[in-house]
Design a protein around this ligand. Sequence first.
Ligand SMILES: *Cc1c(COP(=O)(O)O)cnc(C)c1O
Length: 429
Amino acid sequence: MTDRPMGFDTLCIHAATAPDPATGARQVPIYQTTAYVFRDADHAAKLFNLQEVGYIYSRLTNPTVSALANRVVALEGGAGGIACSSGHAAQIMALFPIMAPGRNVVASTRLYGGTIQQFSNTIRKFGWSAKFVDFDDPKAIEAAIDGDTRALFCETICNPGGAISDLDAIARVADMAGIPLIVDNTTASPYLCRPIEHGATLVVHSATKYLTGNGTVTGGIVVDSGKFNWSASDKFPSLSQPEPAYHGLVFHPTLGNMAFTFHSIAIGLRDLGMTMNPQGAHYTLMGIETLALRMQRHVENAQIVAEWLEQDPRIGKVTYPGLKSSAYHHLAQKITPKGPGALFTFSVKGGYEACVKLIDNVKLFSHVANLGDTRSLIIHSASTTHRQLSEEAQIKAGAAPDVVRVSIGIENVEDIIADLDQALAKATA
Ligand SMILES: *Cc1c(COP(=O)(O)O)cnc(C)c1O
């Protein structure tokens, strides 16, 4: 290897891995082990004191899992990170070092439904809370921040409607308030957007989606930019002051830009245990090898399908930001210049009934509650994920009764269009 920085596609295949030192194995081995033999008592003591980096127990770190975390860190341009058991686990792990009872996170109203749920109810069990505001309006974000706010949280490309977050503008609000911006980059993947370059402090992923890419693994990643000064105020005592959960270690002064990552491993993974397993990490590493190729095809197909739908008389509105008709078209060119993802919604003339018929008649598309698969996926939110909501709430969430959501796969685009065409014919007959 030369000294010049490697390109993104190369990093997808090579970052953070070398042939196995013990065997020369070219591929990262699946280290299916729980524990690691210490060289001697002194070595063990140094590991537990964080004076030497190494493996102790796989709830904390495992070579296969670390290879995955570090590869995504390289792709996102971060300083450190961890892999964990799901995207939802990653969100808790990202908040854990910076939150405390009574503290809140200011979050976008346009988040993945599961995250709205996690932030509305479940985190209250920890004494944390969330305030939801419209992240298209920096003034509204500013107004929601109070003395107990410890982070801003949004998604790069918002699910399901494909709204794009102006990360630079949001990061400026976070900077002024002296708090980190956490960006869920699941729907963009680092191929389409690297939020740290737009001012994000932390990036979280559901590795379940594009990173793995084929619907085989549930996993999550947290990446820390290493750029936030946790000691600039007294807002982040777990990082800036002696941490009672780790015999009084002062993480930020001692570990610098790796403070957040080491806190996440030494305390977060140790005590919350939301660890990824080596098999899952292996599958995700395999997926990432083709991330760049897949994302290119995902956005290429999504653009063609969205344009085809938009001109079809059976269709109402198409929300894809790659279309000039989208309110987010300009922002997409700034935030996701290689393409605004492959997830969007469209409305069908004929309403709820037509949508249900469409779903029942697709053959290539799979009717599932997932996204980011190689396969094209479709769901009618109003009759599934959003069926408990009132019609008014469904409309607000971008899941009106006449709307279906698609995650466009990497099949031949002619086949994707042909499938929608035949199903639409039956749905609107
Ligand atoms: C799926 C998803 C999550 C949750 O991830 P899991 O791996 O299912 O826990 C979070 N955010 C977004 C944007 C998602 O699509």
